[in-house]
Design a binder for this molecule. Sequence first.
Ligand code: ATP
Length: 234
Amino acid sequence: MKLSVEGLIAGYAKAQVLFGLSLEVEGGELVALLGANGAGKTTALRTVSGLLRAWGGGVRLDGRNLVGLSAARRARLGLGHVPEGRQLFALMTVEENLLLGAAFLAWKGRAAGLEYVYTLFPRLQERRKQLAGTLSGGEQQMLAIARALMGQPRILMVDEPSLGLSPKLAEEVLQTLSRVRTAGTGVLLVEQNVALSLEVADRGYVVEHGNVVLGGTSAELSGNPLVQKAYLAL
Ligand code: ATP
């Protein structure tokens, strides 16, 4: 499956944030969306997932235009979204949180979803009866990712998963996304930790002022003097 974003324009009230942003993510690849605070990365993910209305441009899954469809409909078509800040239900168990991620599926689909995410995250299976609020920060982030994977999306968008985590846990969470990609799902990762994301990503895009200004393989981006100066502090 392929996600194609073409000339996306969006914003809030009168404040335009995205100025024709374009990118592509294919199944089985991990693509990083990099850029400074306020560049428009979160806005891009929210517009692609349908939480925010596009003012113009296209969002396609395997050629099918999603603009105008609800976020729930897009999720059913294979687009997963892990929002910034995790948004878990702290007083529900790990498994209850996971099941909410597949509430739109029949029981068989939910059972298959649990089997899939417990294979990817054995630690969540061990803690499936524990309240989500009692998990460590890293485990909570993994739960948020696992919940989005319950519907077995073909493309998964993840917003700032390393936020608030120690470097070791951040690395662990990003390694998890690498496994998700290897399992065949395309991953679009928004990260401020540029060095870490280029370690796990296949490719990346740099966003400035609501537009992609640079794209390439992780090796190309890591070797680019502009990226080194602006984002890698080299
Ligand atoms: P960050 O890493 O800070 O999330 P970002 O690249 O994801 O950065 P966005 O969150 O997309 O950037 O924000 C882009 C611009 O939109 C910023 O100028 C921000 O102030 C503005 N913005 C974000 N959310 C809203 C909102 N709900 N209402 C109005 N303006 C917003």
